[in-house]
Write a protein that binds this ligand. Structure first.
Ligand code: E4P
Length: 216
């Protein structure tokens, strides 16, 4: 199971790298804006900065929604750094763009996926990753993790190469549930990742071991 961090914040990316468990980064236009990164030049430089911090894949999202615009942006993003994976929304033109980019050897992450049908099309088009958004489904009283499990089952049945990247993770339990569902990758903010470490019995046990070690 791969761990990506879902942020454009360089300090948090460094912190996750420092932990030694980071396999990549996902970003989106909202995460870029949250860090105050605006304008094409500045955004592209920020992707390069992220690639220079991490060893793994870095998702960079296209803004265009037409086929020509998507492939133009996708090729430009992919040329920035070998670690870039082009993030494309699962709309009609997006599926065509994923097919085109995939045929050119450019890796893609099919984003904004909310149904098994969308995930099937992403895999058929040759996406490297498919990103079901589990938190946003939970927000509307749907079961986000169930979608992850459903996509994993379908992909296994047909032996699709597309990796299931569980996105829109809101809390630590989502990570455990995605692991149980067989997600290939989880992408989440730093806090839910650090939440995996927490257990009161670990703290109590460590405190006792240290106290006993100090006894004569
Ligand atoms: C990552 O690829 C997604 O863009 C991100 O996980 C969306 O998360 P959100 O639903 O918390 O905005």
């Amino acid at each position: 199971m791969k761990f990506f961090i879902d942020t454009a914040n360089l300090d948090q990316i460094r912190e996750a790298m420092d932990l030694g468990i980071l396999d990549g980064v996902t970003t989106n236009p909202s995460l870029m804006a949250k860090e105050g990164i605006h304008g094409d030049e500045r955004i592209r430089q920020h992707y390069v900065d992220i690639c220079n911090i991490v060893d793994g894949d870095v998702s960079a999202e296209v803004i265009a929604t037409d086929f020509e615009g998507m492939i133009r942006e996708g090729e430009a993003l992919a040329s920035l750094h070998p670690q870039i994976v082009v993030k494309v929304p699962v709309i009609r033109e997006g599926i065509k763009a994923i097919r085109y980019l995939s045929d050119k050897g450019i890796r893609t992450n099919c984003t904004l996926v909310f149904s098994a049908g969308q995930a099937i099309l992403a895999a058929k088009a040759g996406a490297t990753y498919v990103s079901p958004f589990i938190g946003r489904l939970d927000d509307i009283s749907s079961e986000g993790v169930e979608l992850v499990a459903q996509i994993v089952d379908i992909y296994r049945y047909y032996d699709f190469d597309t990796q299931v990247l569980a996105a829109s993770i809101r809390h630590t339990m989502h990570i455990i549930q995605c692991a149980e569902a067989g997600a290939d990758v989880v992408t989440c903010p730093l806090a839910p990742i650090l939440g995996l470490l927490k257990h009161p019995l670990t703290d109590i046990g460590l405190e006792k071991f240290l106290a006993d070690h100090g006894k004569k």
